[in-house]
Design a protein around this ligand. Sequence first.
Ligand SMILES: Cc1cc2nc3c(=O)[nH]c(=O)nc-3n(C[C@H](O)[C@H](O)[C@H](O)COP(=O)(O)OP(=O)(O)OC[C@H]3O[C@@H](n4cnc5c(N)ncnc54)[C@H](O)[C@@H]3O)c2cc1C
Length: 320
Amino acid sequence: MENLIIIGAGFTAATLTRFLNEKDPLIIDKGRGAGGRCSSRRVEDIGVFDHGLQYVSSKNNDFIEFLKDGLKENLLSWNGEFYNEKNELNKSEKFIGKNGNNEFVKKILKSKNQLYKTQVEKLIFKNNHWQVILNSNKSIDTKKVIVTIPEEQCYDLLKDVYDIDYKNQTMSNLTLMVAIKNNINTFSGKKIKEKEDVISWIANENSKNRDVNNSSLGLYTVQSTEKFAEKNCPQYYSNKEIIKKEMLKRFLNILHIENPEVKYCSIHSWRLAYKKNNFSNKVIWDQKKGLGICGDWISGPKLENSWENSKKFSDIYNNS
Ligand SMILES: Cc1cc2nc3c(=O)[nH]c(=O)nc-3n(C[C@H](O)[C@H](O)[C@H](O)COP(=O)(O)OP(=O)(O)OC[C@H]3O[C@@H](n4cnc5c(N)ncnc54)[C@H](O)[C@@H]3O)c2cc1C
């Protein structure tokens, strides 16, 4: 019997492994490795695309100190030019991971017990412990379980065993990753300010100065507007090539790139990207059942929200 299982290996889980008074909980994630939405795609001979979280900025010194302590020399300052929804330039200091933004999780997550490519299908409460049913048709028993997955998935997993006040308001996002021969730009991040239906911003990966990036290529991570994602995410798997072409065409048009030699082009769909409103602001720790619920979506759309909720959760858990 395990003592504690944490479902999900994103930043919430990583932060919990630093704050909880528990050694080596078993971390289970359906993905290939730790990262979750702090994800970086590394393409051989091309470079790294941060196709999830773009950068971290915060006015909370404790949070930044936590990142500095966890990432050490791998936490780099980045000069990205980003504008907020009122078209004001975000002047606060921005941070990225030296080799990719998945380092926000990989460098912080601390547990010798990690199980990947394993989806938790169901949780069954057995009076004094949990039976965790996996997609491999196996199951693991544990005294306590903490769920750190996005709200909709959390609701689906727990609806038979726990009442969650579910709001279903997670935004979607489509992210295009493009490499173009001999197209080196100097801007770092571009929020598309003019009226635009398809693209909301473009990050220039070359501006992150990563050794692994191929210096003869212009590398861009391009994020869709919420409107475009809302329309296209439901048909993503049947329409993937058409959606990709439409985003690529619009991107080339915005940057005025003619006759491009496209060396790499791929798209990723984030059906559950982030939540923008209707926050409960309440982490859940049911000591009687040994069930915890934590994640960014409890209080906001950003990494900082994952951190603050994990910290809040750990205070309650450690004192219970
Ligand atoms: C496109 C995009 C851009 C973003 N940009 C920024 C930004 O610039 N700045 C910022 O601060 N934040 C940004 N965010 C938000 C930030 O990435 C999140 O707040 C943070 O990563 C959430 O971490 P988490 O651990 O709570 O959730 P997640 O990272 O989603 O981790 C949950 C994990 O659970 C796993 N999982 C789900 N269901 C199961 C299951 N049944 N069984 C096993 N495993 C399961 C998933 O594979 C995932 O790894 C962005 C997010 C997206 C999608």
